[in-house]
Write a protein that binds this ligand. Structure first.
Ligand SMILES: Cc1cc2nc3c(=O)[nH]c(=O)nc-3n(C[C@H](O)[C@H](O)[C@H](O)COP(=O)(O)OP(=O)(O)OC[C@H]3O[C@@H](n4cnc5c(N)ncnc54)[C@H](O)[C@@H]3O)c2cc1C
Length: 419
């Protein structure tokens, strides 16, 4: 068996693929990233980096750049559509963690990762325009075959000791392992995602969700430069239940969204401290995206090839854990590989450390994760609550929040133990 420290291939230069490249470089393992698109551009809108991800991104020396760009989240709150509070909790440093929680533009984070990969690994190790299409392997190594992104013609065949498919929710490597799986699973919820720069709401660093399973609004500010000008660059998601007619849709991050597909449903909402209609109508961009995930897999690692990030465990965004779980995968993989004598055992150990826990999060997110408290109030409130809902006992709300943090690996005690 070849020594694992020699070299690896990562298919996919998204958030997780590039995080993995930096994590492997940190432990002295050579790696090349092959990304299908010709040019890595700052796409998407907001994402959350929770304390467990930040603890790991700090190890990669990325905290300073993230802090300069992102918003340090101070709290998370759930409301009903009339602005009454269901639950509010401090987040990150405000909650006593050793590290902050950040809300950031996906594109900003992607560019931070890209620049560090180019600086540390060299531009020759971030190869664009190369699409993973096939691989073969034996006891000596694994050869990944790439086609040209534009023409589909063979572009390169690269041999290494291991191959990681960090190629997103429509992963080619996953399709090779599971050819009959089909497209991602549609939840019945459609998301319209936008960004709007306007005056800050609450303390300018808070994330909130309002509504219930059939109609929901989520918003949080994501850019430090906007805050420095006294504004908030607000990432928002309007979510509406549109059941089965769209069940076979593919997820496309670039599909444009139209205001009249969701705006009228929020007309009567009044949170008291945010002009929701202006949030929608002043948006710089609106995209429409079906909320999709994939079933947990029985196996990720096949000898020298394995899956990571969305390719391994695409999940609903409830609980804001998608990217953070991918960051945990990457650091776990690198730490295991650094200590291992054997590639195949290392890939099995990585799977043992990460597959089951992420499967549980996929399933918990199908039950709306920590956001289930919003539906509990919708179902059970007799309508007599004051400014703060008291229809669900505080202990129950606390239990839901704590159980999810433990499941996803960011409860304060276990993180502090790790640091
Ligand atoms: C364009 C885009 C915009 C997004 N916007 C948002 C957003 O606004 N908010 C949010 O919460 N999440 C967004 N996501 C998803 C989010 O980035 C992921 O859920 C999360 O970051 C997990 O990262 P990942 O690296 O596993 O997957 P991704 O970030 O999806 O990265 C996968 C990468 O693999 C590449 N790839 C695909 N197939 C191949 C192949 N066969 N060979 C080589 N490379 C391949 C893709 O081009 C992509 O760069 C977006 C993803 C994409 C691709």
């Amino acid at each position: 068996m070849t020594a694992p420290k020699s070299k690896g291939i990562i298919a996919g230069g998204g958030l997780v693929g590039l995080t993995l490249a930096l994590a492997l470089h940190r432990v002295g393992i050579k790696v090349r990233v092959f990304e299908t698109v010709k040019e890595i551009k700052p796409l998407g809108v907001g994402i959350n980096l929770l304390p467990h991800a930040i603890q790991n991104l700090a190890k990669l020396g990325l905290l300073e750049d993230i802090a300069k760009t992102a918003i340090r989240t101070s709290s998370l709150a759930y409301y009903t559509e009339d602005g009454k509070t269901i639950w509010r909790e401090p987040r990150g440093l405000e909650a006593g963690y050793d590290v902050p929680q950040f809300s950031i533009h996906r594109g900003d984070f992607h560019m931070i990762l890209r620049d560090h990969v180019i600086d540390r690994l060299g531009p020759e190790n971030l190869v664009t325009g190369h699409h993973l299409s096939a691989f073969d392997q034996d006891e000596m190594g694994i050869t990944a075959h790439f086609t040209d992104h534009e023409t589909g013609a063979p572009a390169a065949s690269i041999t290494a000791d291991f191959l990681v498919g960090a190629d997103g929710i429509n992963s080619s490597l996953r399709r090779i392992f599971y050819p009959d799986e089909g497209p991602p699973k549609y939840s019945g919820q459609m998301l319209w995602r936008g960004v709007t720069e306007m005056e800050p709401f609450l303390d300018g660093r808070s994330m909130f969700m309002a509504g219930h399973n059939d109609l929901k609004l989520v918003a949080y500010p994501i850019r430090a430069d906007s805050a420095a000008r006294g504004k908030s660059y607000i990432n928002w998601i309007a979510e509406r239940r549109i059941p089965s007619d769209l069940a076979t849709r593919q997820a496309d991050w670039n599909e444009a969204g139209m205001l009249d597909e969701f705006r009228p449903w929020f007309k009567s909402w009044d949170l008291g401290w945010l002009d929701i209609d202006r949030l929608f109508t002043s948006a710089r961009s609106i995209h429409k995206f079906p909320m999709v995930d994939r079933d947990p897999l029985p196996k990720w690692s096949f000898s020298r090839a394995t899956l990571m990030g969305d390719a391994a465990h695409a999940m609903y965004p409830n609980g804001s854990n998608g990217v953070s779980q991918g960051v945990l995968d990457a650091l776990t993989f690198a730490e295991i590989m650094a200590e291992a004598d054997d590639v195949e055992t290392a890939l099995q150990d990585y799977e043992a450390a990460r597959r089951e826990v992420t499967a549980k999060i996929i399933l918990a997110n199908r039950q709306t994760g920590p956001e289930q408290v919003m539906q509990m109030v919708k179902d059970q409130c007799p309508g007599t609550c004051g400014e703060q809902h008291s229809c669900i006992p505080q202990t129950v709300l606390e239990e839901v929040a704590t159980a999810y943090k433990k499941l996803a690996g960011f409860d304060r005690k276990s993180l502090q133990a790790k640091s």
